[in-house]
Design a protein around this ligand. Structure first.
Ligand SMILES: [Zn+2]
Length: 310
């Protein structure tokens, strides 16, 4: 079963640059046509009532948009409106602040300033070699070919970059180095913010159009399950207050940031009145609970659709 499609980035090569896993409007239209032919796209309300009553059919799906991204508002939303499709939007509140998490900026930086990802990797490693020679040496000594061998779609450079980021550097060191690179190229986070993230007004409009806005934590931790119960509670209550304040509607849906959660997360979500929650993969192919509904990534799905239609 497909259950649900998870969307992230879109590109038009004008305002929004292409990058790993991003969809064009044409891809999106093709995907919606294919879903229309093979499935029934349900509105969030219908989806929930079918989940609640255990009447969801194998051909029922819903659409979800994570991470409060402006490209979803600019490129995908008008197409949904044309087709009168209603979807879930899962937003993390910090994305609407003056200093959102750096991840989106780093992605944007790679896509904007470099012809391809390998050009970025070259720049990155040259910089490390020249400015942090000890760490660079440690990386050279420790890196081994088996690293991330389970991910055949990663290139050698992808693996080396991830090894440096996740095995050699602390997250603060990684951000420090990335921010140095941004400064060298003259990249300004504050200038790019409004191109990457929705505004509060955008979100209000999406909600007023009849889409369902749900939770995705306050600061989008990559591993929320490692946080204490109080920290997790604060992540979700802050996020819920933010969404309720903007939409003036009941907040009852969510998706887990990076698909990560534990029992504590689930009991917190239940306590604050969340009725449906989504994972970020089909790795567990069944609905384990109403707060653990699987989703397929749009990048995987478009590959399948394209290979079937060729
Ligand atoms: Zn996310």
């Amino acid at each position: 079963m497909l259950y649900c499609v998870m969307f992230h980035h879109f590109y038009d090569n004008r305002k929004h640059h292409n990058g790993q896993g991003a969809l064009s409007l044409l891809d999106f239209q093709m995907l919606l046509d294919w879903l229309d032919d093979n499935y029934t796209i349900l509105s969030p309300d219908n989806y929930y009532s079918k989940i609640k009553n255990k009447t969801l059919l194998p051909t029922d799906v819903c659409l979800t948009f994570d991470d409060s991204l402006k490209s979803q508002y600019d490129i995908a939303l008008p197409e949904l409106e044309t087709r009168n499709i209603k979807a879930f939007y899962f937003v993390y509140s910090n994305a609407f602040s003056n200093s959102p998490d750096s991840l989106e900026f780093y992605r944007d930086f790679r896509n904007t300033y470099f012809d391809d990802i390998d050009e970025f990797y070259d720049f990155y490693f040259q910089h490390m070699k020249q400015n942090s020679s000890q760490l660079y040496e440690e990386y050279q000594n420790k890196y081994h070919e088996n690293y991330l061998a389970d991910f055949p779609y990663y290139t050698e450079n992808d693996k080396r970059f991830r090894f440096m980021r996740d095995q050699i550097l602390t997250s603060d060191e990684y951000e420090y180095v990335m921010d140095e690179l941004l400064a060298i190229k003259g990249y300004s986070k504050s200038k790019r913010r409004k191109f990457l993230f929705m505004s509060v007004e955008d979100l209000k409009q999406i909600s007023n159009l009849g889409h369902t806005i749900g939770l995705h934590s306050h600061s989008h931790p990559t591993q929320i399950s490692t946080l204490t119960e109080e920290q997790q509670l604060s992540e979700y209550t802050q996020n819920k207050e933010f969404v309720a304040d903007i939409t003036q509607k009941d907040v009852w849906a969510m998706s887990h940031p990076c698909g990560n959660y534990n029992k504590t997360t689930l009991s917190i979500l239940e306590k604050i009145g969340i009725k449906v929650g989504f994972r970020s993969s089909l790795s567990i192919p069944d609905i384990k609970s109403n707060l653990e509904i699987p989703r397929e990534d749009h990048a995987n799905l478009i590959k399948k659709v394209k290979s079937r239609t060729q």
